[in-house]
Design a protein around this ligand. Structure first.
Ligand code: DOR
Ligand code: ZN
Length: 343
């Protein structure tokens, strides 16, 4: 197959940042996706409905003329998120999920949840009104090996959480392990997962090819090849619990190429093309549309998009860098080729 047309996809996990950074990255996403679930880990974090609605307006203002894009907003859960705030979020009609960052797990997560016991009231309302919990599923205990933090989270946090809130809709975000894929397959239908393009395309060797590769560092960190293969199998399985979420997470080059580099890969410049490459490599291009354009919308109770995009199997070279807020960012595959191109 050298050309495919699919319904316009949506990105169910995206970091858009704010200000000049937002203006720099938004066109890449809007060129490919109709909608995106926008992560709330700004500084300060998007902890209230009022902040989320104001952020939404800034995103709408940053959409280039002639492009269409709908931001789907999220709230940042804290130890202090009230039940009333959840009700306000749901009633706004603009907020589609509440993000759980265990405090200290990743970029701008210091205001995250220290103990889910503090969030019982908020979670009860989310369960009642059907507002999904979007989970960064890694424990933060310093003594747990970085590569095991997702697996440990499943038993220590995820299982007890689902046991206590049996009707809560949960998205296990950016899964990286076979353990997570197996867990989601076995879970109830209101438990789903997003999978990034980079976790489908690379294993942890990519962080150390010929030297340390800061642009291949993200959280949860890349895992062994057997885990990558399990993620590919989940993505191409046509199981509606697994859908597209890029976790495209821009950081300036100076913040990545540093003695303490930030976590996150920028993939929005070629997101659907990278997924096409991964699905093509698995001989499963016929499964791309469900994963990219249908299952996520169904999970979130939103209509699927009515327009299409076309992808061609034509190699192109990714730019070495992209201007970013007075600096540059280094996109995934910088200076290298991608096999699929957006028509
Ligand atoms: O690699 C990551 N980058 N993982 C996250 O969870 C956060 C994200 C970011 O905001 O940079
Ligand atoms: Zn993320």
């Amino acid at each position: 197959m050298t050309t495919i047309s699919i319904r316009r996809p949506d990105d169910w996990h995206l970091h858009l940042r704010d200000g000049a950074a937002l203006k720099a990255v938004l066109p890449d996403t809007a060129a490919r996706f109709a909608r995106a679930i926008v992560m709330p880990n700004l500084r300060p974090p998007v902890t209230t409905t009022a902040l989320a609605l104001a952020y939404r307006q800034r995103i709408l203002q940053a959409i280039p003329a002639g492009m269409q894009f709908e931001p789907l907003m999220t709230l940042y859960l804290t130890d202090n998120t009230s039940a009333d705030e959840i009700v306000r979020a749901k009633e706004s009609g603009m907020i589609h999920g509440v993000k759980l960052y265990p405090a200290g797990a990743t970029t701008n997560s210091d205001s995250g949840v220290s103990n889910l016991g503090h969030c019982v009231k908020a979670l009860e309302v989310m369960e009642k009104v059907g507002l999904p919990l979007l989970v960064h599923a890694e424990v933060t205990d310093a003594h747990v090996d970085v590569f095991d933090r997702e697996k440990v989270f499943i038993d220590k946090i995820m299982r007890p959480l689902l046991q206590k809130f049996q009707g809560l809709k949960v998205v296990f975000e950016h899964i990286t392990t076979k353990d997570a894929a197996d867990f989601v397959i076995a879970a109830e239908d209101h438990i789903a997962a997003t999978i990034t393009a980079h976790h489908l395309l690379m294993n942890r060797n990519a962080m150390f090819t010929g030297g340390i590769r800061p642009h291949h560092y993200c959280l949860p960190v890349l895992k062994r090849e057997e885990h990558r293969q399990a993620l590919v199998n989940a993505a191409i399985s046509a199981n509606p619990k697994f859908f597209l979420g890029t976790d495209s997470a821009p950081h300036a080059r100076s913040a990545k190429e540093s003695s303490c580099g930030c976590a996150g890969m920028y993939t929005a410049h070629a997101a659907i093309e990278l997924y096409a490459e991964a699905f093509d490599a698995a001989n499963a291009l016929d499964k791309l549309e469900g994963f990219a354009s249908i299952y996520g919308a169904n999970f979130y109770g939103l209509p699927v998009n009515e327009t299409n995009i076309t992808l061609q199997k034509t190699a192109w070279t990714v730019p070495e860098s992209i201007p970013y807020d007075g600096d540059v960012l280094v996109p995934l595959r910088a200076g290298q080729s991608i096999a699929w191109k957006l028509a």
